[in-house]
Design a protein around this ligand. Structure first.
Ligand code: ADP
Length: 403
């Protein structure tokens, strides 16, 4: 039987999961429990062509995971019979010291928990997910994989904020970068796709999902990335502001007397495309633009303008850029965004082919003009597979990585 890894991504009110075969790369099952703590929580599971959906009250993360395992059993697959060799937990923030995929024991949970001060929105739900999953599946090894890991060795000049050095050191303030699993996976796939050794490739990866980040990668090593100490910095996102003048936070706190938690929540949940246009899904944004909404048009223009600024910056950081790759929900599906992000960059060596860009294909593909010095690619990300492979390598180092 093929080995499987259960990959869990625990948020404050949702748990996403995937059951993945690390060797073959097949996703056996996946699903989500949303609105945990609500009377109308929604649990979904897709397994072997079957889709199950349940709406009911799910009080907490423990109830959510138990319901998930019940759903598995219902569609004919008790987890114990599915070759489960590990549970992989996506952990957003590893701080300065945690970056290797690591077998979780009590002491390691405490280390992740200790980073909650640095990542108050993200690490507490991950810790909760780990604790619950370890309770429910005590006989399977649990492994933590960090979203910051790939950027651990970001060059100091890119990782350092120009602020008081002592304060920064004392409070562990630096640019950590996030979406690392995706940037690493997609950059490796780009090298394979182009049949060029990773070590010889300078590339820009644009992970444009609901969260969004850009990275500049030289020879497989990141040299800059747009997210910083938290996942708020950088590109305009579905609900996050991306770059802002920090002065506006002081102004809102001091003059508008808005509590700091409220400001944080606004910048994370009610900003970005949603803050400007009232929707954060790009399919809805385009509909609103087509219906004549000037707010939606402005949101789109602000989003594209910021994206172009980062692309320009990273072309300069890298010098000779061989590839620009779009990935994640928006990057993989939205031909308008890809076109508008790169239009007019032929003098910088980047030219897309409109026809290729408009193709609805789902697989990895080139969308640049044949004579474009910089290749432009669309590559589907697969963070779950990358996490599953990292976990499989930890639990059985001799038998990892199907590629
Ligand atoms: P996350 O993992 O951050 O939740 P995803 O990578 O799944 O995000 O991306 C989700 C986003 O992708 C949606 O909010 C939507 O804006 C965008 N998206 C998904 N499908 C399409 C599509 N067909 N066209 C345009 N945008 C899409």
């Amino acid at each position: 039987m093929q080995r499987t890894v259960l990959v869990l991504n625990s948020g404050s009110s949702s748990v996403k999961y995937s059951l993945v075969q690390p060797e073959s790369g097949v996703s056996v099952a996946n699903g989500i429990i949303e609105r945990i703590g609500d009377d109308h929580s929604l649990a979904r599971l897709e397994f072997g062509g079957l889709k199950v959906e349940r709406e009911r009250s799910v009080a907490d993360h423990e109830a959510a995971l138990r319901l998930t395992f019940d759903l598995f059993a219902e569609v004919g697959g008790h987890l114990g019979t599915l070759g489960l060799v590990a549970v992989g937990h996506r952990v957003v923030h590893g701080g300065r010291d945690l970056y290797q995929p690591t077998l979780i024991d009590d002491a390691f949970v405490a280390k992740i928990d200790a980073l909650s001060a640095l990542a108050p929105l993200h690490n507490p739900p991950a810790v909760l997910g780990i604790e619950v999953a370890r309770r429910i599946l005590p006989d399977v090894p649990h492994v933590a994989v960090f979203d910051t890991a790939f950027f651990h060795d970001l060059p100091e000049m890119a990782a350092t904020y120009a602020i008081d050095r002592e304060v920064a050191q004392r409070w562990q303030i630096r640019r950590y970068g996030f979406h690392g699993t995706s940037h690493e996976y997609v950059s490796q796939q780009a090298a394979k796709f182009l049949d060029v050794p990773l070590s010889q490739l300078n590339q820009i990866v644009l992970h444009l999902g609901n969260g969004a980040s850009a990275s500049a990668i030289a020879g497989g090593r990141p040299v800059d990335t747009s997210m910083g100490m938290t996942p708020m910095e950088g590109l305009v996102m579905g609900t996050r502001s991306g770059d802002i003048d920090p002065g506006l936070v002081f102004y809102l706190a001091r003059t508008a007397k808005i509590p700091v938690e409220e400001i944080e929540s606004m910048l994370n949940r009610r900003s970005g495309v949603r803050g400007l246009a009232g929707v954060n899904d790009f399919r809805e944004l385009h509909k609103a633009i087509d219906a004549g909404s000037s707010d939606a048009r402005l949101a789109y223009e602000v989003y594209i303008h910021r994206l172009r600024k980062y692309i320009g910056a990273y072309l300069a950081v890298l010098g000779d850029t061989h590839a620009i790759t779009f990935t994640a929900g928006v990057g993989e599906n939205d031909a308008h965004v890809r076109r508008d992000a790169l239009t007019g960059l032929a003098p910088l060596g980047v030219e897309i082919d409109e026809h290729l860009n408009d193709s609805p294909a789902r697989s990895a593909r080139v969308i640049s003009a044949e004579n474009s010095p910089t290749k432009v690619l669309v590559i589907p990300t697969d963070e779950e597979l990358a996490i599953a492979r990292a976990c499989a390598a930890v639990v059985d180092p001799g038998d990892a990585d199907g590629e």
